[in-house]
Write a protein that binds this ligand. Structure first.
Ligand code: SF4
Length: 329
């Protein structure tokens, strides 16, 4: 078994600062390697990102995607979660739609989606998501949501309507990336009834860290949801994702992977957590690409059909390609 290196004394970064490039000294190289640290959000200093954590600068192609999102008044997790892949994905005219508003009812430490007073459900949102998917020419549409614990069904009916609207307008494959619906089995069933091509629900981290990273969520509830989906629709691929770099050990990660395999999950994504804003949890460790490769291999040996493991892997990163391999498109 790979010997896992102890915690490295690496900088804790604000992804927001890193990706805007504002404090960076990079000039014309296409990548930023200097970052502003956000140890407490008040005394930024400069350190160097690990060399493997570099992303391309924005391109003009991005504006095509952003204009459609703006015109149709849609939310994306790409923007709300300050995803580091936005330059790449949006330049390729791919985005992940976030439905049910832009305000979340959960206080997860890793996430930069705003919390507070939630918004009314916009009844025409399914059609607007469908229209965006059509204009972008998406063949694989990923729809996620803010967690809506304030709604009796957690927004499941709206999710259902979005899946059907996208499919009717585009014929595209649809992947849902849902909240845990507080374990509401009827709500979960309703989303399954929409027959998404992939049912994705993230585990996010190892159970020991749930209280700090994913407060108000429960590890067992996540497993129960994924199991319920598989029980109700055995041919519907289930998928889950983990972030590394929050203080977990590799053995704990492998235990989670094993739990997911035991309930039939076929697809797994594993990526590096990056602190999106100074208010979010700090990065404990930057995992080198070789460790991601090793972990991916271990998970494949467990029987996952598809594993995407790498520093910039996110739940929806190259989701269409993953689904393609599984023959769902
Ligand atoms: S990886 Fe997903 S969330 Fe990130 S930019 Fe790409 S589509 Fe958006």
């Amino acid at each position: 078994m790979l010997k896992v290196t102890p915690m490295l004394e690496l900088p804790i970064l604000s992804l927001e600062d890193t990706l805007t490039g504002a404090p960076s000294s990079s000039a014309g190289g296409g990548c930023s390697s200097d970052i502003a640290l956000a140890l407490d959000g008040s005394v930024p200093t400069r350190r160097r990102l690990p060399p493997w954590l570099k992303r391309p600068m924005p391109t003009s192609e991005m504006s095509f995607t952003s204009q459609i999102i703006e015109d149709l008044r849609l939310e994306t997790v790409c923007e709300s979660a300050k995803c580091p892949n936005r330059t790449e994905c949006w330049s390729q005219r791919t985005a992940t739609f976030m439905i049910l508003g832009n305000v979340c009812t959960r206080p997860c430490g890793f996430c930069s989606v705003p919390r507070g007073k939630t918004e009314e459900i916009e009844l025409d949102e399914p059609e607007r998501v469908a229209e965006a998917a059509k204009r972008l020419g998406l063949e694989h549409v990923v729809i996620t949501c803010v967690t809506r614990d304030d709604l009796p069904d957690g927004g499941a009916e709206h999710f259902y309507r979005c899946v059907l609207a996208v499919r009717a307008a585009t014929g595209a494959a649809v992947e849902v990336l849902t909240s845990d619906f507080l374990g509401n089995r009827a709500a979960i069933s309703r989303v399954v009834e929409a027959r998404p091509d992939v049912f994705n629900h993230n585990t996010e981290t190892v159970p020991r860290l749930y209280e700090r990273v994913r407060r108000n969520a429960k590890y067992q509830r996540t497993l129960d949801l994924l199991k319920q989906v598989k029980d109700e629709a055995p041919d519907m691929p289930t998928k889950s994702g983990l972030m590394l770099g929050l203080g977990e050990t590799m053995d704990e990660v492998l235990d989670v992977a094993s739990d997911l395999r035991a309930i039939g999950v076929e697809m797994l994504t594993v990526g590096q957590y990056l602190q999106p804003t100074p208010q979010n949890l700090p990065v404990e460790r930057f995992i080198p690409p070789e460790e991601f490769d090793w972990l991916g291999e271990q998970c494949r040996r467990m029987g996952f059909k598809l594993v995407s493991s790498g520093p910039f892997v996110r739940s929806s990163y190259h989701a269409g390609e993953m689904a393609d391999v599984l023959g769902r498109k």
